[in-house]
Design a protein around this ligand. Sequence first.
Ligand SMILES: Nc1nc2c(ncn2[C@@H]2O[C@H](COP(=O)(O)OP(=O)(O)OP(=O)(O)O)[C@@H](O)[C@H]2O)c(=O)[nH]1
Ligand SMILES: [Mg+2]
Length: 362
Amino acid sequence: MQIGIVGMPYVGKTTLFNALTKSNAETGNYAGRIGANIGNVKFPDERLEPLAAIFKPKRIVPTSIEYIDVAGMAKGVIEKGRMDVNLLAALRNVNALAHVVRVFEDDNVPHVDGVIDPKRDIENLNIELALADLQIIEKRLERLGRELRTTKTPSLVHEQELLEKFQHSLESNIPLRETEISADEELMIRGYQFLTQKPLLLILNIGEEQIGNSDSLLEQLSEFAQKPNSKALAVCAQLEMEIAELDDEDAAVFREDLGLEESAMTRVINLSYELLALITFFTGGDNEVRAWTTKRGATALSAAGMIHSDMERGFIRAETIQADDLIRCGSLAKAKEAGLLRLEGKEYLVQDKDFLTIRFSV
Ligand SMILES: Nc1nc2c(ncn2[C@@H]2O[C@H](COP(=O)(O)OP(=O)(O)OP(=O)(O)O)[C@@H](O)[C@H]2O)c(=O)[nH]1
Ligand SMILES: [Mg+2]
């Protein structure tokens, strides 16, 4: 899974990126303008270690998330063609966008638009993303118009109607993530990878002195957070970056002192999973204990296919238990004795934090 970090210039995108990925990318000095920072985070699910204690595998494989931190998008960059096309192309491939919004006050850190105004920034960035989508739509509509002059191919007519509907939405300030489309239409436009169609995580970058206030700051922006396919949270990127540089023990002490329960990394990952309707399941054996990410609603058969195509082809059944129950029992044999191990078929809907053993024969 890939998440693109976007926002106005100089709002703390790279600072947050460093906090999330424990990287050391240069911040300040409009450093991000040069190119993108890419970093991978292993999601430290707390169940992996206890599961490894049961199976004593050769290795533990967590799931991971990739973050791409791109240059700031000031008002007008798209219209003026100032946004690097490669960065835009990279953003089109992500699964979700994380929009970093500056809330922290600091006279030493200038804002491109003067005063700090989170609402204005959210609206302005939405406009830039909409313009980037509109450019693509307009180009395509021009071509479709030419092609349809000679033959009225039904699928192209449908595409034209859909793109005109999108154009109208975007011009009325409605991002595509808020417009409803059918599954067929979704397939038709998937290739365009529209930016305003991506699920959106609003990340308010608050100052240290605003930590106690984060709920009311979030409340003030709830109109945005409550939109379809959107979620919001507040983090103190600067502080989180500093804590991310400490070793785990010191970091835990520091967090407790500050009243910060979970790391920004964990909170952002958890909210991303919620936003994208993702779940985690586990597998384990002598070789490895591993966490996997899939869509909520995935069947046991599709989970088997993720692990190995042979497992999907020769699927017999899935032995299933909640990972926490397995950890509590101490072994699969004891879980079976306790009647907690269930036998499920192909159509079983995998549940979040399930531990699966796929029985198969090829
Ligand atoms: N006081 C304070 N300063 C911060 C915070 N987060 C970031 N900064 C400062 O803001 C400046 C810009 O931070 P960056 O992380 O480089 O911002 P950016 O959004 O990546 O900037 P560009 O890539 O140039 O668009 C740096 O000087 C940071 O130290 C914060 O929470 N509090
Ligand atoms: Mg940057």
